[in-house]
Unconditional design. Structure first.
Length: 73
C-alpha cells in the first residue's frame, strides 16, 4: 500500500475531511497519517519529522485530486 493509497483509504473511512482547492489538512489529519506511516515503518523511532512532512504533502495532493475530480463531475 502506498502513502497515497493510505490517504485515500483514510478519506473513505471518514478520518479525513473533504477539503477543496488550497485548504490545508488539519493537524489531526496529518498526525493520523503520520502515525500510520510510523506503523508501516515498523514503529521505528527517529523519523517523526519525515513522517509528518510526508503525511502533510500526501494529504495536500490527495485534497487537490479530490477537488479536481469534483470539478470534473
Amino acid at each position: 500500500m502506498t502513502v497515497s493509497d493510505l490517504a485515500a483509504r483514510l478519506s473513505h473511512e471518514g478520518w479525513l475531511a473533504e477539503h477543496v482547492g488550497n485548504e490545508r489538512p488539519t493537524a489531526a489529519e496529518t498526525a493520523q497519517l503520520a502515525y500510520h506511516l510510523y506503523e508501516l515503518r515498523g514503529r521505528q523511532n527517529g523519523h517523526e519529522l519525515e513522517d509528518w512532512l510526508l503525511a502533510e504533502q500526501e494529504l495536500i495532493q490527495h485534497y487537490w485530486l479530490v477537488a479536481d475530480q469534483s470539478a470534473a463531475e
